[in-house]
Design a protein around this ligand. Structure first.
Ligand SMILES: *Cc1c(COP(=O)(O)O)cnc(C)c1O
Length: 387
């Protein structure tokens, strides 16, 4: 069996400016990195609060590494749930102010396993068209009927909910921060609809944990909807700076996921060092709210500078994810390359990650940087992308 057909498929991607490669990065600390021998400021990572390299986080990881070993050696179900996992699950439940929390190997695995464990094939899922790939795959795996909506047209969602067979169990599934647009889901309105039509809400706070809300608990906290959302999913791999996914909720939900979420049951648990690092990082997020305040002020500075120079930043951008809409895929790649030449690493986002003709640069602000870095980045973007 030959895989030669892959050559023509890869060529086709290349012809459309859609071929992806991989860069190798050497982190240099405080937001700087080296790529192909070239030093640059990393505005593409999700380390919003600059915690991945924090000495307190590293110290916690190192201690657990010597005590707990390099790997967990088994799934949590068998014998991989160590004292570091237990502590982290308790720390997440305390942080999120829920009864319980369940760890997963990644945020992707949390969404896949949780949705497949909760949603049945007779159910109906109302699904935001801009949701993350892991939510898409979780819903596909569940076999449920999928109704795609857009969060700027909740009147359409309302009509759809009104049409549905009231016998089926219903779910509304949404990101809380849309990862490619940087805007927020209208959670209060979604809760109103869910309650009116007897649906449950599953909210993925991947880009929101540590970033939104006074306590850093995310957009559910910010919008006052925590008690109205049945299932909250998060990740430890973005603002928390480590790795791992989690679900925060009731003990009942935890017990169900322990018994039926296959990505939790049949995949090796996180390394103890990662659990200890994430526990330390969550403590910093609780103790140092000034980090997220500063993150928002730097993000606002960037958006204002870009808009003053007529660079298109979509409405609704509410935090550290700042898209710069260029539309054409090849132009986006070329612009990101010239920013790289001037010392800024930013994402070039193209189809199929996003719809055709909506290609964009995606800048992720981090508290690793200061006002001068933001001024310099804005000037560089305006030079290459301004009208
Ligand atoms: C990044 C992301 C995930 C996946 O989380 P990982 O921990 O990186 O696997 C899930 N959902 C959303 C919305 C994300 O942005």
């Amino acid at each position: 069996m030959s895989l030669d057909w892959l050559d023509s498929e890869l060529q086709r991607l290349n012809d459309h400016g859609l071929l992806r490669g991989r860069r190798t990065i050497r982190p240099l600390g405080d937001g700087w990195c080296e790529v192909d021998g070239h030093r640059c400021r990393n505005f593409a990572s999700n380390d919003y609060l600059n915690l991945a390299g924090d000495p307190r986080v590293l110290d916690a990881a190192q201690r657990a590494l010597s005590e707990g070993g390099a790997g967990a050696t088994a799934s949590a179900l068998i014998c991989g749930r160590t004292i570091w996992h237990e502590r982290l699950e308790q720390a997440i439940a305390d942080f999120e102010q829920t009864e319980a929390a369940v760890l997963f190997p990644t945020g992707f695995a949390a969404n896949l396993g949780t949705i497949a464990a909760l949603v049945g094939s007779d159910d109906i899922v109302y699904f935001d068209r801009l949701n993350h790939a892991s939510l898409v795959d979780g819903c596909r795996l569940s076999g449920a009927k999928l109704r795609v909506y857009r969060h700027d047209r909740l009147d359409v969602l309302e009509r759809e909910l009104g049409k549905a067979d009231s016998e089926s169990r219903r779910w509304i599934v949404t990101d809380s921060v849309f990862s490619m647009d940087g805007d927020l889901a209208p959670l209060a309105d979604l809760c109103d609809l869910a309650e009116r039509f007897g649906a449950n809400l599953i909210v993925d706070e991947a880009h929101a944990t540590g970033v939104f809300g006074d306590g850093g608990r995310g957009v559910c906290e910010l919008s006052g909807t925590e008690s109205r959302v049945a299932v909250r999913v998060g990740t430890l791999s973005k603002a928390v700076g480590c790795l791992g996914g989690f679900v925060a909720g009731s003990e009942q939900l935890r017990n169900w996921l322990w018994n039926s979420a296959r990505t939790q049951m049949f995949s090796t648990a996180l390394p103890p060092s990662v659990c200890a690092a994430a526990t330390a990082s969550l403590q910093i997020i609780r103790d140092e709210p000034q980090r997220r305040q500063r993150l928002h002020s730097l993000s606002r500075q960037l958006v204002e500078l870009l808009r003053e120079s007529n660079v298109t930043v979509p409405e609704g951008v509410a935090g550290p994810i700042v898209p710069v809409l260029l539309r054409d895929a090849q132009a986006t790649v070329a612009t990101a390359a010239s920013l790289f030449d001037t010392g800024f690493l930013v994402g070039a986002i193209r189809p199929p990650t996003i719809p055709q003709q909506t290609s964009r640069l995606r800048v992720c602000v981090s508290t690793a940087f200061d006002e001068t870095d933001i001024d310099e980045l804005a000037a560089a973007i305006i030079r290459v992308a301004g009208q």
